[in-house]
Design a protein around this ligand. Sequence first.
Ligand code: SF4
Length: 78
Amino acid sequence: MAFVITAPCKDEKAGECVDVCPVDCIEEGKDQFYIDPDICIDCGACEAVCPVDAIYHEDDMLDEDIPYLQKAKEFFER
Ligand code: SF4
C-alpha cells in the first residue's frame, strides 16, 4: 500500500512533500512528483502538507486517479 500523487500536482509541483517524507521516496518527474510505492511506509506526512490536495492513499483514490498509481510504478521502473 502507498500514497499516490495525482492530477493537481501536474504543473504545480509545490514540492513540500519531498522535505517531509521520512524515507525519502518522493522524486521529481517531468510534470509532477512521484511516490515510490515500494518504499512508501504510509505515514501520511506528505498528504498533510500538500497545498493542492494532490496526495491520496491508494485505497481512497477516485477511479479516475488510479492511472496515477500505475504512472508512479512505471516512473520508478526506469
Ligand atoms: Fe513518504 Fe509518508 Fe508520503 Fe509515503 S506517506 S510518500 S512515506 S511522506
